[in-house]
Write a protein that binds this ligand. Structure first.
Ligand SMILES: [Zn+2]
Length: 620
């Protein structure tokens, strides 16, 4: 008797559960299909896939709970498919109503909405007249349709369904792209391509233990390369702003990944657009956001991955699965559903090199159809952690002899594999450029480097040691001689591109045309600064000064000096005394920057700075 009651309980609970899944699936499809969670166009299928798929998953999680309750409470006539459907729909409606309440600005928190609505919805399910319950056939049909909708939207075999380029379907954003109007450009004006390899160490592509980079080698063989370019930052946004504006951190003032590019600084995209070039950028993370100003002058700033990340964040906040699951779990679904498994950095909304190359090639094909030369920026993200190259590269490397740092060999090998992969993908872009048959100026560089065990550190955005401020530099194309340069700087990138393209270099830019340095040694007079939120450094010749300078502090501390010629790893004790005149010059230049930042400086503060040697007290 007990056994048959239990079996009856399980049977009716299963019927109820099927209905529940149908209710959850239906609300998921409606929720995603109405694009309530994410207003950006072009993400309909992804919204449905994650909202409906997530709801169905929640239903499967609830299934054992339903069975347990059914067995404990015995079956009642109320446990029908139809009531299950209402129950599932009530659960699925909570995030829909929560999202709607926020959209209509009725409430700000989903949890508040759910708290008030849940009892009402469940009471509604209980009080719903039995005669008007949806039939079993209808419930089964709804469940089948929900699963089909989820399958169609992107669940099929978990193939990536992310559109390579949502802009393709957006005529408004492409209106001015590959335009015919604008100023006249000379017939020999080259296409200009600037490739930024995010987080790329200079020694990964140049030096005794470098990765396998045949395409970069070929670029070096037909143009100029430097052992490294010095970056003024250890993070992405300021590194790119320096690359695009030709001024260092003391001028642009951006210390981390959120800061506005000063309006008065001339910038790469704007300068080429004003001169008549078509301008486009393919960006592979969400850090180089247009709202911070790097995109000024670009007709097309392709950062769909940033949009994808925002989309996912909204789904995480606004869907049932996003509510109940841990943030990391939801983030883990992202690559599986959208991108396939490898090389994806969901937390950064980052694109992997294969897709970057694919998108860049699509842009090149469009741009070359225009009558004008083009400027194209291509940003690759793969050298950023996690170091997880595609399967055919992963695990292929061992730490190279002579390149070992105990405890970090594995990390170094995985990073080098990413570089191998990147070069192959860069090769595809270079091949597409070659195929245009047009004169093309190509510069390959990066925003900052990476610690791979030096100072026992991994990653970047901490400190300004050499591994994080040395990035690659390659330049080839019309008007570029062949040879090896001394170390250059990121501030040289835009002045060099302008000069090679025959355009004037704004006087405000600190950098110079690197071609003038061919055959020369490292400039012993040139001061190059780097700055982050905590510290500042200056390098002149081989002498490096590094000091603490927390954001908000009036001046840095006295800092310490090292000679990189004798202490390349910055690991020895600092020099006993400052080389003559260097500290004075560093302070004078910092003083200029401090005065610029604080135009209305009080006489007292000025006197205090003068006492410390930053400004001239006589100067008023
Ligand atoms: Zn970066």
């Amino acid at each position: 008797m007990v056994a048959s009651t239990m079996a009856g309980g399980v049977r009716s609970a299963l019927r109820f559960a099927v209905g529940m899944l149908a209710g959850l699936g239906l609300t998921g499809v409606l929720h995603g299909g109405a694009q309530l969670v994410s207003p950006e166009p072009g993400w309909l299928r992804e919204s449905i896939a994650l909202a409906a798929g997530g709801n169905l998953l929640v239903g499967l999680v609830l299934l054992p709970l339903v069975l347990l309750v059914a067995v404990a409470r015995r079956p009642t006539p109320g446990w029908t498919v139809g009531r299950g459907l209402l129950f599932g729909a009530a659960i699925g409606l909570l995030p829909v109503l929560g999202t709607l309440a926020i959209r209509l600005e009725l409430y700000r928190g989903h949890a508040t909405v759910a708290m008030y609505l849940a009892p009402l919805l469940f009471l509604g399910v209980r009080l719903w007249p039995t005669r008007r319950l949806p039939s079993a056939a209808l419930s089964h049909g709804i469940l089948a349709l929900s699963v089909v909708a989820w399958w169609w939207a992107g669940g099929r075999g978990l193939e990536p369904s992310f559109p390579v380029d949502p802009i393709e379907g957006d005529p408004a954003r492409r209106a001015s792209f590959a335009r015919a109007g604008g100023p006249e450009v000379g017939p020999t004006a080259p296409d200009v391509v600037l490739v930024s390899l995010d987080t790329m160490r200079a020694d990964a592509v140049h030096g005794p233990h470098r990765a396998t980079v045949p395409h970069l080698d070929a670029l070096a063989a037909r143009g100029l390369s430097a052992p490294y370019a010095r970056s003024g930052s250890n993070c992405t946004l300021p590194g790119h702003i320096e690359m695009f504006t030709g001024v260092g951190p003391l001028q642009h003032g951006i210390l981390n990944n959120s800061g506005l590019t000063p309006e008065e600084l001339p910038i790469l995209g704007e300068l080429f657009a004003e001169a008549g070039w078509n301008t486009a950028a393919v960006i592979s993370n969400r850090v180089i956001e247009r709202r911070f100003g790097p995109s000024r002058g670009f007709e097309l700033w392709h950062d769909a991955l940033g949009t994808a990340h925002n989309h996912l964040a909204r789904l995480g906040e606004n869907t049932l699965l996003g509510w109940i699951s841990d943030r990391d779990l939801f983030a883990a679904l992202h690559p599986v559903v959208f991108f396939g498994q490898h090389g994806v950095q969901a937390e950064w909304g980052a694109r992997e090199a294969e897709r970057t190359a694919q998108t860049a090639i699509a842009r090149i094909n469009e741009l070359q159809a225009g009558s004008r030369p083009f400027l194209l920026v291509v940003h690759f993200m793969d050298a950023h952690d996690p170091y997880f190259a595609p399967a055919n590269y992963r695990g292929q490397r061992q730490a190279a002899p002579g390149d070992a740092i105990p405890g970090h060999d594995e990390t170094r090998a995985r990073y080098w594999e990413e570089v191998d992969y990147l070069d192959a993908q860069l090769g595809r872009v270079l091949e597409a450029l070659e195929a245009t048959g047009r004169p093309t100026l190509i510069c390959v560089t990066g925003d900052h480097g990476e610690h791979l065990g030096e100072q026992d550190m991994v990653g970047h955005s901490d400190e300004l040691y050499e591994p994080v401020v040395r990035v690659p530099f390659f330049l080839a194309g019309p008007g570029v001689p062949q040879g090896t340069l001394p170390p250059v700087s990121l501030i040289d990138v835009t002045p060099t591109l302008l000069a090679c393209a025959g355009l004037p270099v704004p006087a405000t830019m600190e950098g110079r045309d690197v071609r003038t340095q061919l055959g020369k040694e490292l400039d012993p007079e040139r001061f190059l600064f780097a700055r982050d939120e905590r510290s500042v450094s200056a390098v002149v010749g081989t002498i490096k000064w590094a000091a603490a300078w927390p954001r908000g502090a009036a001046t840095p501390d006295e800092g310490e000096f090292r000679d990189l010629a004798t202490d390349p790893n910055e690991a020895d004790a600092p020099l006993g005394e400052a080389p003559p005149g260097v500290l004075e010059e560093v302070k004078r230049r910092l003083g200029e920057a401090i005065l610029r930042m604080d135009a209305a400086m009080s006489p007292e503060r000025r006197r205090a700075l003068a006492q410390l040697g930053y400004v001239d007290s006589a100067e008023e």
